[in-house]
Unconditional design. Structure first.
Length: 413
């Protein structure tokens, strides 16, 4: 029994000691004065605004495009034979002017066969000249003049014209007219052995080189025109409506910092299914000192059209595709725009009342009804000393803090 009573006394004593210590701690805490609490400052978010004012705007359209040649053709051999050197080297990248001989197909055999046919034709004319002198003396001078002008190494001259039916029957019966037109056909065929440049350009592909054999219709090289270029510019369907054929266009190279002037020559009458864009073609003259090369990427600036009674703002000021914030009574309100045109970094709109204060900057984590401040706010108040946040207003009672309270606050710190 004594051991049990002793344990009870020890436990009771510990409990009483803890209770007295806790009570003393609470009493000492109650004697200390609470530190003064600084009143919170009412903060306002500062936003950039512009008053809504409508005016007539000239809105250009800008878009990048790829430069290409106006003509890109395959040079085809129209006769079979071995390829010979022309006026220019038959290599990729070689340049040529209009009319230059690009290559020649071996033609000696065809040329000799043509001379032999002309000689036979001269023999035929020599045999019929006595008959013409007797039966058709009025035509004898013209036929003789034609006979004397024929050269085996030159193209045939024009056959004398006549309206005499009997002479026509006589010439046809002797095969003169058929031989004449067959020689004309052979001369035309022989001219096809020589391939000349149809324009000023360069080879961008060469399939057969000098010394190779080609069949009739074989592709020898591929050439592009270099004195006239076209810029192929994909433009959004909405922006393409503002571009017209004949518009003057400024073309800029970002890499070379150069400008050229071009003209819109046509617009595609279809939309690319992948990009949903309409292609505009701009013709550029490549006779200037700053040479344009096919394959370059350039930026075209189209003049666009005048938009009446509209305003232009940055695109990042718009959210949810057509909503903006306006400031009314010092608070933010949402409004919807009537978008007229969307540019690369700006957009043109209508639909707001003139004089509304439009927020022209992106706002993050801001809701409608938030109180804001802005430059030029007539009700704006700034605390003296400039220590507060921009646009902050002092809370009620903050300005009445006396010196004694400030000292007590410093002591508490």
């Amino acid at each position: 029994m004594r051991k049990i009573d002793r344990r009870i006394v020890i436990v009771f004593t510990l409990l009483v000691t803890v209770a007295l210590a806790y009570g003393l701690m609470r009493y000492l805490i109650s004697l200390k004065e609470p530190p003064p609490v600084r009143q919170p400052v009412a903060m306002k978010r500062f936003v950039k605004v512009e008053p809504v004012t409508y005016a007539d705007l000239l809105s250009p359209v800008q878009a990048p495009g790829r430069l290409s040649s106006v003509a890109e053709v395959d040079m085809v051999a129209e006769a079979s034979g071995r390829i010979l050197q022309g006026d220019v080297i038959l290599k990729k990248g070689a340049r040529f002017n209009q009319g230059d001989v690009l290559f020649v197909v071996y033609q000696d055999e065809a040329a000799l066969a043509l001379k032999a046919r002309k000689s036979s034709f001269l023999n035929l004319l020599a045999n019929i000249l006595p008959d013409i002198r007797i039966d058709y003396p009025e035509h004898e001078a013209a036929v003789r003049s034609f006979f004397e002008s024929v050269r085996v190494d030159k193209p045939l001259p024009a056959f004398p014209e006549h309206n005499d039916g009997k002479l026509k029957v006589f010439l046809a019966s002797r095969g003169v007219l058929s031989d004449y037109f067959n020689i004309i056909k052979d001369e035309l065929q022989l001219s096809r052995y020589v391939v000349k440049a149809p324009f000023k350009g360069t080879f961008n592909q060469v399939y057969l080189e000098v010394g190779a054999y080609t069949n009739a219709g074989g592709r020898v090289a591929r050439a592009i025109r270099t004195d006239e270029m076209e810029l192929e510019v994909p433009v959004e369907r909405f922006d393409a409506e503002w571009i017209q054929t004949g518009d003057r266009v400024t073309v800029h190279s970002d890499s070379r910092d150069l400008d050229w002037t071009g003209t819109v020559v046509r617009k595609s009458q279809f939309v690319d299914p992948n990009t949903q864009s309409q292609t505009v073609f701009v013709r550029l003259n490549n006779h200037t000192g700053n040479e344009l090369l096919a394959g370059e990427y350039l930026r075209a600036q189209f003049p666009g059209r005048t938009i009446n009674s509209a305003m232009e703002i940055p695109r990042n000021a718009v959210f949810n595709s057509d909503e903006v914030f306006v400031v009314r009574n010092g608070r933010l309100e949402r409004e919807r725009l009537q978008i007229v045109k969307v540019n690369e970094r700006t957009l043109i709109f209508r639909g707001l009342n003139e004089g509304d204060l439009l927020v022209v900057q992106p706002l993050i984590n801001v809701q409608e009804g938030v109180e804001v401040d802005w430059e030029g706010n007539p009700d704006r108040q700034v605390a003296r000393g400039g220590g507060g946040a921009r646009g902050a207003q002092p809370a009620a009672g903050q300005g009445g803090q006396d010196k004694k309270g400030k000292k007590e606050q410093n002591k508490s710190k």
